[in-house]
Design a protein. Structure first.
Length: 395
């Protein structure tokens, strides 16, 4: 059986013997990362697992009888706190996309008993992708903890980042996690390509620091650490910033590192970043939470030197209005859902298609825009491929 032809249990078959999974020229011939069989399997299983967990969450919330009779979204939402209605509607749409619910005339209907077994999916993942099960543990933990968000209007961020869940998030965001590391890989390739001697770099929303760890390891192995004269690591969360500060000394980053609390929804200059002072601004899965996204992109230009570059990674949607499993974690976070939208540039909150990002960058005055890699041919191979990066120049 070739690398491009394989079957995984009863769930799906890949049969593309004419195309392999290597990125090859898609990422400048870099052989350090490969979209392989294991990558395709774990993402597909995560999609199935999350869809079933989403359906089970709807049943946990007591909607079985209403769904069994057929109901409109407003009726299904009526028992819950108003702040949770968007999340209920997302769960319904996601379950429908995976044929766990029917929809006719606007009514959602539960027919019979759909297969909601999670154990078999989790077991298959442990066999096919051992050591990469963090996403499944995170789905389980979110489902278990999120009830008060619906019933009491509890703040989603407080529920999802408490002491019980925080270690699971840390496990999920590790570069060793096959599901997440791709998010860091593509912007790292963009930075590596754009670095010149004595580059000053600002990372926005660095979280617990998995991106700079990947960059530092790559820079050391490829001998370009000396090109970074200053790396300013920032985040809005003091908890994430403290976690990063504790972790970084043990990995030996290899270039000058400073830390700063920074809010991307406020003026960067007003928070102490000098105008026209940076060669590169980097962000990984951060910009989609900007309240006024075009304004934030324009604000970033004010702190870049002429010719400086914005390099960022984002989760990308193949179809704008079709739910994807990675959104499950974020439907309960106000920072993800309560942002300003625009019918043309930013029609929805959360994740966007690659074309929307390109138009946003053009609108905000950037040029020489690159997509790293061109995602369309990869999505044709692996429909659950949801990551990508962009590099754009400021003048």
């Amino acid at each position: 059986m070739s690398e491009s032809r394989f079957q995984v249990g009863e769930f799906f078959t890949y049969d593309r013997p004419d195309i392999d999974f290597g990125l090859g020229a898609l990422v400048q011939g870099d052989a350090a990362f490969v979209l392989d069989r294991q990558f395709a399997i774990v993402h597909k299983l995560a999609e199935i697992y999350t869809a079933r967990a989403a359906m089970l969450l709807l049943l946990d919330l007591g909607l079985e009888s209403k769904l069994g009779a057929g109901a409109l979204p407003p009726e299904l939402c009526s028992a819950f706190h108003p702040n949770s209605h968007r999340a209920v509607e997302w769960l319904l749409a996601f379950a429908e996309c995976h044929d766990l619910l029917d929809r006719s005339g606007g009514l959602y209907l539960l027919r019979g008993e759909p297969d909601l077994d999670l154990e078999s999916i989790g077991h298959l993942a442990s066999v096919e992708a051992p050591g990469h099960e963090a996403v499944f543990r995170l789905v389980d933990a979110v489902r278990k903890k999120i009830g008060p968000f619906f019933t009491e209007g509890a703040l989603g961020e407080a529920l999802l980042f408490d002491q019980a869940l925080f270690p699971i998030w840390l496990e999920y965001f590790r570069n060793e996690n096959l599901v997440y590391r791709i998010n860091n890989f593509f912007p790292m390739v963009g930075i590596r390509k754009d670095l010149s001697d004595n580059s000053t770099v600002l990372e926005l929303g660095g979280g617990v620091g998995s991106f700079v760890q990947m960059l530092a390891q790559d820079a050391k192995s490829k001998s370009y650490s000396h090109k970074i004269s200053q790396y300013l690591f920032s985040d809005i969360s003091p908890t994430f910033l403290r976690t990063a500060q504790r972790n970084f000394p043990s990995i030996g980053v290899g270039f000058p590192l400073k830390y700063k609390l920074l809010n991307i929804n406020k003026s960067l200059v007003g928070q102490g970043i000098e105008p026209n002072s940076l060669d590169i601004v980097v962000a990984v899965n951060v910009l989609h939470v900007a309240d006024r996204l075009p304004d934030t992109l324009s604000e970033i230009r004010t702190v870049l030197k002429p010719g400086g570059r914005l390099v960022f990674g984002e989760c990308l949607k193949p179809q704008l209005y079709r739910p994807i499993y990675i959104e499950f974690f974020f439907q309960f976070m106000s920072s993800f859902t309560n942002v300003s939208t625009d019918g043309l540039l930013r029609p929805v909150c959360g994740f966007l298609e690659s074309g929307h990002w390109i138009e946003l960058l053009k609108h905000s005055g950037y040029s020489n825009i690159e997509e790293i890699p061109i995602t369309k041919p990869i999505v044709e191979l692996i429909p659950t491929f949801y990551a990508g990066a962009f590099s754009a120049q400021s003048f």
